[in-house]
Design a protein around this ligand. Structure first.
Ligand SMILES: *[C@@H]1O[C@H](CO)[C@@H](O)[C@H](O)[C@H]1NC(C)=O
Ligand SMILES: *[C@@H]1O[C@H](CO)[C@@H](O)[C@H](O)[C@H]1NC(C)=O
Ligand SMILES: *[C@@H]1O[C@H](CO)[C@@H](O)[C@H](O)[C@H]1NC(C)=O
Ligand SMILES: *[C@@H]1O[C@H](CO)[C@@H](O)[C@H](O)[C@H]1NC(C)=O
Ligand SMILES: *[C@@H]1O[C@H](CO)[C@@H](O)[C@H](O)[C@H]1NC(C)=O
Ligand SMILES: *[C@@H]1O[C@H](CO)[C@@H](O)[C@H](O)[C@H]1NC(C)=O
Length: 415
């Protein structure tokens, strides 16, 4: 599978936003079943880049032999233990009944109103813990193995539509009904029943066959064109919010819609909802891989920060700004020849060509899988990384200035 996350992805989590600010100023539930969580984690692990993959293996206890999915249900197993009672509200979000929307500041809290104690807050929390760990600034109170397992589990939960459900019915838990012939509830239908029925009807009860089918559907099947948009993420807070929104919207349209307590759900419901369940499992896995790849894919920038800038991002930004002041003037000069209407003539082809040329000449060139890259590579490549950061920021400023200001005014702001 193609690399996920990527260069610009690796700059996210505020870095790019921070950079842009330099250049521009413009105005109760259980959980996905064991099967669901296992598949989400297997999908993710298969998509890890070597660095992230190595780090994940190191964080896992030896007895699972490198298999992340073996521990992805762990957070469900311990949530009622005294020591881990604080994790209980982290599996879900209660939104106002029938609002069909999610707003972090309004909805992300536990039943006592403690902020951030919901699945969206948890994904941010554990991503941030892993980032600090990666950067060598981890808080020793936090256990990184646990952070990895929590993140992996909660990425599954935030994608389970009924985990972002209504408050009164506890995400469908209190809507009792029948699933074909046995008793169940609406929440559980989405956690597990649909997956089990799919396994029994189509996959010979073999989870690995179902997993293969899901993988086929995102590599060259129904979802293959959507995968890159699923992974788009420049700011973890925004991404988490939009994933939770997707969930409550599916919950409203496909989970709750037309379902009454006491009724029997069967073939019609199963056939029309199964595609959503499968898609959410795929999205959870692909996005988990995206996060983990980003956490462990900032090698060059972090090395530069540590070696030359005293780990101070603002010093690095000042240096970039100083070195590329000329470029900024030049670019805005060139652009004054464009009118607002010629905005679409921005030569994005050129930008992409620049990237692949640098990738060929300086990225891939002479690099073999398995080898060690160190000082030579670092020293010769760092200037390109810095230059591309500057160009990205400058060009983004230029676009935003064009969008929000008339052309000339806009350029004036950019410079
Ligand atoms: C973040 O994790 C720490 C422990 O690792 C925990 O004490 C805190 O409550 C968590 N907060 C959220 C929002 O997950
Ligand atoms: C981290 O957590 C895991 C799982 O709870 C535990 O087995 C391990 O001993 C912990 N590590 C440390 C250093 O506390
Ligand atoms: C994969 O895609 C096919 C064709 O759209 C569909 O019939 C099948 O149910 C999908 N499988 C899963 C697990 O989503
Ligand atoms: C800025 O230019 C100086 C001198 O050419 C160079 O040593 C430094 O690495 C550059 N900094 C960045 C961030 O490109
Ligand atoms: C910007 O333009 C000036 C004058 O045309 C030129 O001397 C300079 O090299 C340019 N700077 C860059 C970084 O291209
Ligand atoms: C954009 O750049 C490419 C590559 O340099 C060039 O071939 C093409 O003519 C340019 N297009 C426009 C509209 O300037």
């Amino acid at each position: 599978m193609h690399r996920l996350g990527g260069f610009w992805g690796s700059l996210s989590f505020g870095f790019i936003l921070f950079l842009n600010a330099v250049f521009i100023t413009i105005p109760g539930a259980l959980s996905w079943s064991k099967e669901g969580h296992t598949m989400t984690c297997q999908i993710a692990q298969a998509l890890l880049e070597p660095q992230a993959s190595e780090a994940v293996s190191q964080l896992l206890p030896e007895y699972v032999e490198g298999d992340l999915s073996a521990l992805c249900v762990w957070p469900d197993q311990i949530r009622h233990w005294y020591k881990y009672r604080w994790t209980s509200p982290l599996h879900f979000i209660d939104t106002p009944d029938d609002s069909c929307s999610f707003t972090y500041s309004r909805d992300c809290h536990d039943q006592h109103g403690v902020k951030d104690m919901c699945v969206a807050g948890a994904v941010k929390n554990f991503t941030s813990q892993l980032l600090h760990y990666r950067e060598g600034t981890a808080d020793r109170r936090y256990n990184m193995t646990e952070a990895l397992l929590f993140l992996s589990h909660f990425m599954g939960d935030i994608h389970q539509p009924m985990h972002v459900g209504f408050t009164t019915d506890e995400g469908g838990n209190s809507i009792d009904l029948r699933w074909f012939r046995h008793k169940s509830n609406l929440h559980h239908v989405w956690d597990r029943e649909i997956i089990l029925t799919a396994l029994a009807d189509y996959y010979d009860k073999d989870v690995s066959l179902l997993l293969k089918d899901i993988e086929r559907n995102y590599t060259d099947g129904t979802w293959s064109d959507d995968v890159s948009s699923w992974q788009q993420c420049n700011d973890i807070s925004e991404c988490v919010n939009s994933w939770a929104k997707e969930s409550i919207q599916i919950a409203c349209k496909w989970g709750y819609n037309g379902v009454k307590s006491g009724e029997t759900l069967a073939d019609d419901y199963f056939n029309s909802r199964m595609p959503y369940v499968m898609k959410r499992i795929a999205q959870g896995g692909i996005r988990l891989a995206m996060i983990l790849n980003q956490v462990w894919d900032r090698e060059i920038i972090l090395t530069a920060l540590a070696d030359y800038y005293d780990k101070d991002v603002s010093l690095l930004l000042k240096d970039i700004e100083r070195n590329y002041t000329d470029v900024r003037f030049n670019i805005s000069l060139i652009l004054t020849f464009y009118t607002t209407n010629s905005f679409l003539r921005l030569n994005t082809t050129l930008w992409a060509k620049e990237s692949i040329q640098i990738a060929c000449k300086w990225g891939y060139n002479g690099v073999k899988s398995g080898e060690t890259l160190a000082d030579d590579y670092f020293n010769s490549r760092m200037p390109y990384v810095m230059k591309r950061i500057a160009q990205g920021g400058i060009r983004l400023a230029m676009i935003l200035n064009q969008v929000f200001g008339g052309s000339e005014e806009g350029f004036a702001t950019a410079t």
